[in-house]
Design a protein around this ligand. Structure first.
Ligand code: GLV
Length: 309
């Protein structure tokens, strides 16, 4: 039983340890040392070069190292008939919720503006309404968005959620589909994007959407850089339509040193660390899915290749 691993250098050794302790009979081969491709039954990968998976004739399942699977669907040669699973993991969800709560509170209490005032040695009092008067809109109500929305609602924010299909979440006013978007945006003083990246959501954070938000809205994008039209964000910051943006993800990562986002006073940048996959908890899911694949049981968190999430 052989698994191909393609992970970041720093976490590769941890994956080896965590997988070995749960499945001593699993042989793990680390990309690019494939050995005989016909021996590989499982792939546990993050951003593997396009075309590689298709050349594994006996592959039985593909596991994304991460909640997102857009890195897999970007491969034009992806063998779509093979089951693809994503990570749904409590630790990953909790970390994302912490990031969303932290940054929603920062924008709500106008923390970036206080930091600016402090840099200038300026005593500047800014008005902040209570959470109950602040609308927070969460785009994407899956494992991550749903948990973040519930946590924000528990803090007293007026939380709205938007998703492709209708959802029902206690304490969250839910909107869906094309028709639900404008009424959802109209009251989102702070907008949080946790959508999967698909052809439908690519570039969704653009001028059209920004124009539908209340004036001086806040934006948090912890989903994918491909959701955002960067020039439109710069224009919306310039016009004051967006007051501040918190960005964890970018079209090019690492964000190039000369990129204008780095030095923009009204953009906060984190280096795609809002939440990370922790091998010590996710190896359990991988082990369970391998057990299921071998006994012919349905896999957990299988992705629908027609929707791409
Ligand atoms: C990270 O971006 C992930 O998809 O988990």
């Amino acid at each position: 039983m052989t698994l191909l691993l393609k992970s970041d250098g720093d976490r590769r050794d941890q994956w080896f340890r965590e997988l070995a302790s749960r499945m001593p009979d699993l042989e793990v081969r680390s990309w690019p040392d494939l050995g005989d491709p016909a021996e590989i039954e499982f792939a546990l990968v993050w951003e593997i070069p396009h075309g590689v998976l298709r050349r594994l004739p006996n592959l039985r399942a593909i596991f994304s190292i991460g909640a997102g699977v857009d890195h897999l669907f970007a491969d034009p040669e992806l063998p779509r008939q093979i089951p693809i699973c994503r990570v749904v993991d409590r630790n990953l969800t909790v970390r994302m919720t912490e990031y969303v709560v932290l940054n929603t509170l920062r924008l709500h209490r106008r923390d970036p503006e206080y930091l600016d005032a402090q840099r200038e040695g300026r005593w500047r009092e800014l008005y902040a309404p209570t959470a109950a008067e602040r609308g927070v809109g969460v785009m994407g109500l899956g494992a991550l968005g749903g948990d973040a929305a519930r946590a924000l609602a528990a803090l007293g924010f007026r939380v709205m959620g938007w998703s492709r299909r209708a959802r029902d979440l206690q304490g969250v006013e839910c909107f869906h589909g094309g028709d639900g978007l404008a009424p959802f945006l109209a009251r989102a003083d702070i907008l949080v994007c946790l959508l999967p990246l698909t052809p439908e959501t690519e570039g969704i954070l653009g001028a059209n959407l920004f124009a539908r938000l209340p004036r001086a809205a806040g934006l948090i994008n912890a989903a994918r850089g491909g959701h955002l039209i960067e020039a439109d964000l710069l224009a919306a910051l310039e016009s004051g339509q967006i007051r501040h943006a918190v960005l964890d993800v970018f079209r090019a990562e690492p964000l190039p040193a000369e990129h204008p986002f780095w030095r923009h006073r009204r953009i906060t940048i984190t280096p795609h660390t809002a939440s990370v996959t922790d091998p010590s908890s996710v190896a359990e899911l991988v082990a369970e899915n391998i057990r299921r694949a071998r006994s012919g049981e349905p896999l957990l968190h299988r992705v629908d290749p027609t929707t791409g999430y």
